[in-house]
Write a protein that binds this ligand. Sequence first.
Ligand SMILES: [Zn+2]
Length: 256
Amino acid sequence: MLSRKREIELSELAETIAELYCPSEIVLPEHIATMKGITFSNGDYGSAFDGLIEFENGSFHIFVNTKLDGDLRQARPRFTFAHELGHYFIDEHRQALLNGRTPSHPSYTNFASKNPIEIEADHFAASLLLPASRVKKDCVKRSFNFSLVQDISQKYGASITATVLRLMTIDKHPIMLVCSVQGKVKWFKHSHDFPFKWLKQPFGYVPKYTLAGTYFKNGEKFAEELPISANEWFEYVSDRDLSRNFWDYRINCVNF
Ligand SMILES: [Zn+2]
């Protein structure tokens, strides 16, 4: 997890770039690349990478894998492109590319990386596509629920996952996102103000009496958030925290 200070730094950097190049419209990573003289290409690169940035012969080039999505306007390639721009705009990343310290590396848009460089580029990407001050305006007078996430995701051309991760860092609401595949927890992330820290079986099976647990057990889908007891998901919940409202919601993700 990035420190709060680093999150703010990267968010501010991304917002400055969004305001400079796309001040009054949806943020277009390809437009920003063009303005910075970064060439790019997209296509079906198999499973080699989702995105890649190269520095060769004095210039940068970005590759975006559009195998699953067809074109650069879809949410996933937009995020991938923004992630690669992160490697260009974040000073330390660019310097490392310029002096060959980190040769081009494949990046994957699955939010599962534990590499701090990748986590920084992901945070930059979410902040670029969903600039803090614009998103905060959309949140005014709206309570936090899934329809807010959907509205913001559509407005900014960002995936549901990227949108939830962004909302996590703008202090709208304490949030934890748990990604599980075939009944097992793959990764989880939470906002700094999220009160429960100790997931039951952090990398084991999803707890039974949660919406995700019910889905994996018998395929049952609930269309809404439901209030459940926090100690279905977490260990060591204090009596004081048990009285807080805790809402569970399950998102079906075929594509991050
Ligand atoms: Zn990367």
